[in-house]
Design a protein around this ligand. Structure first.
Ligand code: ADP
Ligand code: MG
Length: 392
């Protein structure tokens, strides 16, 4: 089973390349699902077919699905949504408005994730290709499986204990009935947290999951991709390919586009240098939009040639643990970030890593929990944290 996610800046060609990938994987005989988790869905336009919230077959072995977050919430939120709607109505909100408002911010992401998990566990597919939202949204989506879940879980446990004590009293007052969530509401939350946490584990397993970054050879996209590379690494999501799309073909090097072409050559070199260990694919600017099966199939020829796009294209280990002379070394591959933007902290069994605006709470493995941090070093994009020998 393979789960492959494409992300990048808006307009760089994520949907096109994800679709071309899915078309090729299906042609190679794998049962394939192409999922759009971008709220601005493009797949219907790319396949010139109506694609919606349930999978439709768009080619042999190929289904496509544009996740409808609101529908997912309505279908799955059930008790929790009723609770919130009841609560808001109790506060004086009109019923219909309350129902809409009960779709809390952030829940869209949660339900995109649970839908992906549902398809993954359906055993109907050998490969699921996800056309993600642009980089920041995709990061938010994936990191939801990490930080948000841990926090929400702690909060729920705490609240549940407090409310357990208060519920008998509060239930006696009719007006307060809506403020006290039932066990069923908690159950829904707990299922959700468990599912999303489970998906987080899958997303960090490099044999199953790969994140692929799509960019164009321009300075803005390169800068964004460098940061994305670091942040995905920070959270332990394996990146196995960088796709440079809309590269001007050599035929266009003369005339009006001469300067553009020359600049792109420099930028392509700088992309090669920025992502040394990662497989890179150059995709030419085509002479028309890749829309419909034959153009997508040709696009896949150009990108992958004889390669199988569902294979792990290259191995980068964002997080590693090594043991030497009784000491453990925990390594994070965080290129393209300045030392002063990086912070390492610790709270009990959690290591707290901050890079720029992102913080990862990294749960230390059992073997490291009892050990003191010896030193933290940052060299050449590699953060190495040494843990002292365990206390006797
Ligand atoms: N290699 C390419 N050559 C020509 N047009 C392309 C190429 N890749 C994508 N496009 C076109 O560029 C536009 C944006 O691509 P799209 O895949 O929708 O980007 P994204 O999903 O990243 O927003 C679309 O019109 C698409 O058909
Ligand atoms: Mg798109």
């Amino acid at each position: 089973m393979r789960l492959i996610l494409y992300t990048g800046k808006g307009g760089v060609g994520k949907s096109s390349i994800a679709a071309a990938t899915a078309v090729r994987v299906a042609q190679l005989g794998r049962r394939t699902l192409l999922v759009s988790s971008d709220l601005a869905h493009n797949l219907s336009d790319i396949f010139e077919t109506r694609i919606g919230g349930d999978p439709v077959t768009v080619a042999e072995n190929l289904n496509a699905l544009e996740v409808d977050a609101l529908k997912e919430i309505r279908d799955n939120w059930g008790p929790a949504q009723d609770y919130f709607a009841g609560f808001l109505a109790y506060l004086g909100m009109d019923d219909a408005v309350a129902e809409e408002a009960a779709l809390l911010p952030g829940t869209e992401e949660l339900f995109l994730l649970t839908r992906i998990l549902k398809e993954l566990e359906s055993d109907q597919y050998d490969a699921i290709i996800v056309d993600c939202s642009p980089t920041a949204g995709a990061l938010r989506l994936l990191t939801f499986t990490d930080t948000a879940c841990t926090k929400l879980n702690r909060l729920l446990n705490l609240e549940r204990q407090v409310l357990k004590l208060m519920r008998p009293v509060m239930n006696r007052f009719k007006a307060m009935r809506h403020i006290v969530p039932s066990d069923k509401v908690y159950g829904t939350f707990e299922d959700l947290i468990r599912d999303v946490g489970h998906l987080g584990e899958i997303l960090k397993d490099p044999e199953v999951s790969s994140v692929r970054l799509v960019l164009n050879p321009d300075r803005v996209a390169i800068a964004e991709t460098r940061r994305a590379f670091t942040y995905f690494g920070l959270f332990g999501f394996p990146i196995d390919g960088i796709f440079v799309n809309k590269v001007l073909p050599r035929e266009l090097a003369d005339g009006y586009l001469h300067d553009w072409f020359a600049l792109q050559q420099q930028l392509l070199e700088s992309i090669d240098e920025s992502f040394l260990d990662v497989a890179k694919f150059r995709v030419p600017l085509l002479d028309s939009e890749p829309i419909g099966l034959p153009p997508l199939s040709r696009m896949a020829d150009g990108i992958f040639g004889e390669k199988r796009p569902e294979d792990v294209l290259s191995v980068t280990k964002p997080v590693s643990i090594a043991r030497e002379d009784g000491q453990y070394r925990l390594g994070f591959w965080l290129p393209n970030i300045a030392k002063h933007d990086l912070n390492v902290g610790r709270k009990d069994a959690d290591l707290i890593l901050t890079a720029g605006n992102y913080t990862r709470v990294f749960s230390l493995p059992d073997s490291l929990v009892d050990r003191e941090i010896g030193e933290a070093k940052f060299d050449d994009g590699r953060l190495t944290i040494t843990f002292e020998a365990a206390p006797a």
